[in-house]
Design a protein around this ligand. Structure first.
Ligand SMILES: C[S@@+](CC[C@H](N)C(=O)[O-])C[C@H]1O[C@@H](n2cnc3c(N)ncnc32)[C@H](O)[C@@H]1O
Length: 340
């Protein structure tokens, strides 16, 4: 496989959210024509990119429709930031498990969300340049100089240089990727030789229980089955497991695949203190997470009435808080290397 780094950083099709391009940051522009051009540009930003759709009391981003059915409102942004805190706790404060020996020069954070991982990574690795990319503009405007946010659909062809990124990080984007194999081919193409990809995903198909406390007719089972059917109707596979991610990474060309498997409790039911603490944080994440994942998907794709979905979500939250059903999700943290 040819592995010649491309020296030129091509401008991506993406819209970069940088201070100089933001509507509130145009004072440095000197000529009227530039002001006019910028105004036109920022106007189209406002019209086409910063548009939202309001549905069932939640705010969704218009660009995400048909691609990613979770909301992007403040409640969801709080949930994403809490999930980040959860992962810091799980990984003992680490942001990555790839064996990095120095600040990797070029880093891509796929589906960056609020950008919290990208910002933390840029802070810890000042010699890295970090790009966070997402469908929705929910990242902060003013950020450290080594962190940049861009808007794009990662399922489209990436316009980054080939063999460019030393680290490509992708966490919890599964419900926004229909063609995972193509996504991994693109990761391979744009990863530097000797560079790493790091993928963090969890089971979407079902919840697990090892001690029989979750009855077959549990509302949690019903929720997961309905979610899986709705995702399938949308064209997203809820069935990918660790072996599938490994197989697709191998097919893309990656080697030295390391997988870390975690059982993440939903609810504060475990006895061991660290797991109990994680379960309690997960409870706070899931209290809005059941709705974030399920509401739009189940009503728009699953064909289920709004009231029925709301009742199911309320039941899930109640069961979770009771901590009577000892359920968990499987979480996979996968690190792979592009050969030299
Ligand atoms: C569950 S959030 C995870 C955010 C972040 N990775 C984290 O762990 O904090 C998933 C994010 O991926 C973005 N996303 C989903 N599908 C995408 C796609 N096809 N292209 C770009 N971003 C996408 C969503 O807009 C959302 O912000």
């Amino acid at each position: 496989m040819a592995c010649v780094p491309t020296p030129v950083f091509l401008a991506n099709r993406l819209t970069a959210i940088e201070p100089g391009r933001h509507p509130r940051s145009t004072t440095a522009q000197s000529t009227k024509s530039i002001e006019h051009a910028l105004e036109a540009e920022t106007q189209s930003l406002t019209e086409s990119i910063l548009e939202h759709v309001y549905e069932n009391g939640r705010r969704y981003h218009r660009q995400s429709q048909g691609k990613y059915e979770l909301p992007s409102d403040e409640t969801e942004q709080d949930r994403l930031d809490m999930t980040h805190a959860f992962f810091l706790e799980l990984l003992d404060g680490k942001l990555n498990l790839a064996p990095l020996t120095r600040d990797p020069p070029n880093v891509l954070d796929c589906g960056t969300g609020t950008g919290i991982w990208a910002l933390d990574f840029g802070d810890k690795n000042p010699d890295s340049t970090v790009i966070g990319v997402d469908l929705a503009p929910i990242q902060p405007i003013w950020v450290a100089p080594n962190v940049h946010f861009e808007l794009d659909d990662l399922e489209k062809e990436w316009l980054y240089p080939e063999d460019h990124f030393d680290l490509i990080h992708s966490r919890h984007i599964a419900v926004g990727i229909k063609d995972w194999q193509h996504y991994m081919y693109q990761m391979y193409k744009h990863c530097k030789c000797g560079g790493y990809v790091e993928i963090a995903e969890h089971s979407l198909e079902s919840l697990y229980c090892d001690d029989g406390t979750m009855p077959p007719d549990s509302v949690l089972n019903k929720y997961m089955a309905t979610l899986a059917t709705s995702l399938e109707k949308m064209g997203v596979s809820p069935h990918h497991k660790l072996a599938d991610y490994k197989r697709m990474l191998t097919a893309a060309g990656f080697v030295d695949i390391q997988a870390y498997v975690f059982k993440l409790p939903i609810g504060a039911w475990p006895k061991r203190p660290k797991l109990r603490r994680l379960g309690a944080i997960m409870c706070n994440i899931a209290v809005t997470g059941f709705e974030a994942y399920g509401k739009a998907l189940m009503t728009n794709y699953g064909g289920i009435a709004d009231k029925e979905v709301s009742d199911m979500i309320d039941d899930c939250v109640r069961v979770m808080y009771s901590a009577e059903q000892h359920v968990y999700i499987l979480h996979w943290h996968i690190v792979a290397r592009k050969p030299e």
